[in-house]
Structure formats: C-alpha cells, structure tokens
Design a protein around this ligand. Structure first.
Ligand code: PHE
Length: 439
C-alpha cells in the first residue's frame, strides 16, 4: 500500500478499541450510522469516527478549482481515450477491498487498527484498486478512477486518514495483434520521452521474487510492463517536467509487491532531500481478470496518491490544507492551473503532553487509536501527534506512554481556554474509554 504503514502491535488493543468506538458511536448516532443518506447497522467492530464520516460527502477531488480536482483533470487529459470515473461510493465490502484482489486472509491491512469499518460487512475502501474487478467486469479496458480512500494513520504534516488516489488501467489483447499495438505504443512513448529533462533511474530486470505470471508469455509481460513504465514516465514528465527549477526532477523505479499485480513496481520522486513514494503499479494478475470475466487480455494497473503529487506541484506544506474551507486557501487556485501556494501567516502552535500508565491487563494503547481519539476531539485543530516517551517500569512491569499533541489551527489563533478544553476532553476520553491512568 502506498502510505507507509506501521504494522506492529496490531493485535494489541481490541478490547479498548471496541469500548472506545461503541461509546463514541452510540452516543452520537445510536446503533445505526447514516452515511450519504442511508442507514447502516453498527456492530462490535465498528470503528469509523464522526470526524472521518464528516469527510465522505465533501468530494474535494471534484470541486472545481480545488488543487486535487485540477490535478485529476490534468492526469485525465493525459489519457484522453480512457474512461474517466470519479463518483464511486467509498463504502465497499471487505471482500471487494481485499479478497477479490487476492489479499491473504492474514494481511495486516485488514485489521481494525489499520482500516475503518462500518460493520463486519462494510468498510471504507483503503485504495482505489477495490474497484478494479467492478470496472473490468463492465468491459472497460482503459480507464482512470479517482476517489477518496481511508486508512487509519498517525497525524503529521503529510499523513491524513483520508486521502485521494487515482487508479489507472489498460488492457491489451494477449495475442499478436494486441502485442503489435503495445509495441507501436511503446515506440511512440519512447520517442516522446527522449526529449525529457527528467532523470529516471530504472531497474534493469525483474528479480525472481517479482516474477512474470505463470499464465503469461514472458515476452508479452515484458512488453506490457515496458508500456506501463513508459506511460507513467510520460505522465511524470507531463506533471513535473515543466517545473522551472534548475535541478532536474529525479524519478526512480523500484521493485514492489502487491497481491494483485506481478511484476510490481513503485515509483518515487526526489523532493526536498527525500525520496517520496507516489505510486504503485504492475501487471494485473490473471485472477483479477478471471473474476471480472475478461478473457484473452493482459494489462497493467497503477494507483497514485494525489495529495503527495499536489503537495509537490503546488508547494502545499501541510496535507490538512486540502480540507481547508478558508478563502485564503481556496481563492488562490484557478481550475486547470498549477500555481505555487502562497503561505499565509501561520498561527501559533500550542503543545500539550499527556503521560499515562497503560492498563495492566492489556497491551499498550495503539498509536492509531490514540490519533483517532485526538482527531475525534480536536478535528483539524491538531497538527501532529508524537509519542515522545514509552517505558516499562522495571519493578511493577507497567508500561507508560507519553504523547505530545501539537494544536494549531490553519485558520485562526486558538485561545488557551479552547486548547485546555480540548486537552481535558482528550484526557477524559483516555481514562473513560481506554482505562489508562494519567501520570
Ligand atoms: N492499490 C495500491 C496501493 O494503494 C497501488 C496499486 C494500484 C498497485 C494498482 C498496483 C496496481 O498501494
């Protein structure tokens, strides 16, 4: 999955988790949740929070002039003969999000600490690949799909539990005529890239751990993988090639693993001294096409994270800004144009620490549970959350955690009373719901 994940301690806190959400949800919603006008029953694994549900109707990727919408339409215009889809509901079954795409039963992405569940049978999609089978089944063989996706995550300037992905896919006939089409396309794309001012580091060959699929003719797979790379390099050139910085853009291809593509790759872009992962892709596995009732085809798919790319292109420093309704943010942008974000004055930060002893009879609180609790209390008034200390008392064996919360609004100065009130609320939820003992 594209965002870096922390998979440790996944099994740790089911008990606390349940009690937190059953109290959070029932107090606000009763035993059903209303989402986009429909009612859904909750159950013991429900873990969506009001803060998360409030994002579902916003659909910023389709708001004219919003940077994410402009980026979507630029990418769409790069693929003019593809179907452009952007109105799929984020509610999907775990089957569609995982099983249909051959995720193993024990994949950590399925856990309640990593994904948001409405109930056992319904979740918020964690990636746009969740719609691959649905779209391929309709007979589409070249398409882009843009959507909001949801992953439980830590809080900082580049992670937000709701973000946007764009899935792209292209299928060819797995026969001589299809391969001729790929070859012609590869030639056309290569010629275009020769004029590029991007430095692309590629991996020369596919390793045994990232194999050509058994049902594929290796020459077909190779041509299709090449087509995928050329197509995406062309897109990156389109997106980043116009930047007037003196340094050339550096892009690197690395081998990756996804349950639903093989071979698989990731693309990273060098930005502000760091390699940033911006997309995952690969040759679509045969079982996805079989499930979709597509016969005699071979093709590729990619999924890219729109926020990461938009942050680079627009120089947007904080991922929360994509959700801002402040006119100082929105009025800076015009539909179809990429312009550099002009920061307006930053309001002061207010740091608050909370230290506590974890309950003796269960594992320490999971970072994602802490972050969702804070986000549910403070919404976008929290800029980041860091665990600054943790230790186990040598004599009593009790574990202690200390988190530092940075409260800061993007839109106004927060008063001391307001921040103290938020912090008090965080502390009381911690003790009521997670049964920790404040130190
Ligand atoms: N869905 C993958 C992710 O979210 C990205 C991906 C899409 C990889 C399509 C391969 C093919 O990380």
């Amino acid at each position: 999955m594209i965002q870096p994940r922390v998979f440790s301690a996944i099994q740790s806190c089911r008990y606390a988790y349940r009690s937190f959400f059953s109290s959070a949800i029932t107090s606000k919603y009763g035993h059903t949740l209303e989402i986009l006008g429909d009612q859904y029953p909750t159950d013991e694994i429900t873990n969506v929070t009001p803060a998360i549900l409030s994002k579902i109707p916003l659909r910023v990727h389709t708001q004219v002039g919003h940077p994410l919408s402009t980026l979507r339409s630029i990418i769409e215009s790069h693929y003019p003969d593809f179907s452009h889809l952007s109105s799929f509901s984020p509610l999907v079954t775990p089957f569609k999000n995982f099983d249909e795409l051959s995720f193993p039963k024990d994949h950590p992405g399925r856990s309640v600490t990593d994904s948001y569940y409405i109930n056992k049978n319904l979740m918020l999609r964690t990636h746009t690949s969740a719609h691959e089978v649905e779209v391929f089944s309709k007979g589409e063989d070249r398409w882009l799909l843009t959507a909001d996706v949801y992953r439980r995550d830590e809080i900082d300037g580049s992670h937000y539990p709701v973000f946007h992905q764009m899935e792209g896919a292209r299928l060819y006939s797995a026969d001589a005529s299809g391969m001729k089409e790929v070859e012609e396309d590869n030639e056309r794309l290569s010629r275009h890239l020769e004029t590029s001012n991007i430095v692309i580091e590629d991996i020369p060959h596919i390793s045994p751990t990232n194999p050509v699929q058994q049902t594929h003719d290796p020459r077909h797979s190779e041509l299709v993988a090449k087509n995928l790379k050329l197509s995406l390099n062309g897109l990156l050139l389109r997106l980043f090639g116009g930047s007037n910085s003196e340094e050339p853009l550096r892009v690197r291809w690395i081998e990756a693993y996804f349950p639903f593509t093989s071979p698989s790759f990731e693309v990273e872009v060098f930005f502000r001294g760091k390699w940033l992962e911006i997309l995952g892709c690969g040759v679509v596995i045969q079982s996805t096409l079989d499930t979709s009732n597509v016969q005699g085809k071979i093709g590729w798919a990619f999924g890219l994270g729109l926020e990461r790319i938009a942050m680079i292109l627009y120089s947007i420093p904080d991922i929360r800004l994509f959700w801002s309704t402040d006119t100082r943010f929105l009025s800076q942008f015009k539909a179809g144009e990429i312009t550099t974000f002009k920061p307006y004055s930053k309001f002061p930060s207010c740091f608050k620490d909370v230290s506590f002893w974890n309950p003796q009879d269960s594992a320490p609180l999971h970072d994602n549970d802490f972050c969702d609790l804070v986000r549910d209390v403070a919404g976008d008034l929290v800029e980041d959350v860091k665990m600054i200390d943790s230790f186990v008392h040598p004599k009593t064996n009790r574990s202690s955690s200390c988190y530092r919360i940075n409260y800061r609004s993007m839109e106004r100065s927060l008063s001391n009373e307001e921040v103290n009130g938020l912090q008090k609320n965080v502390v009381s939820r911690l003790t009521d719901v997670f049964r920790v003992e404040i130190r």
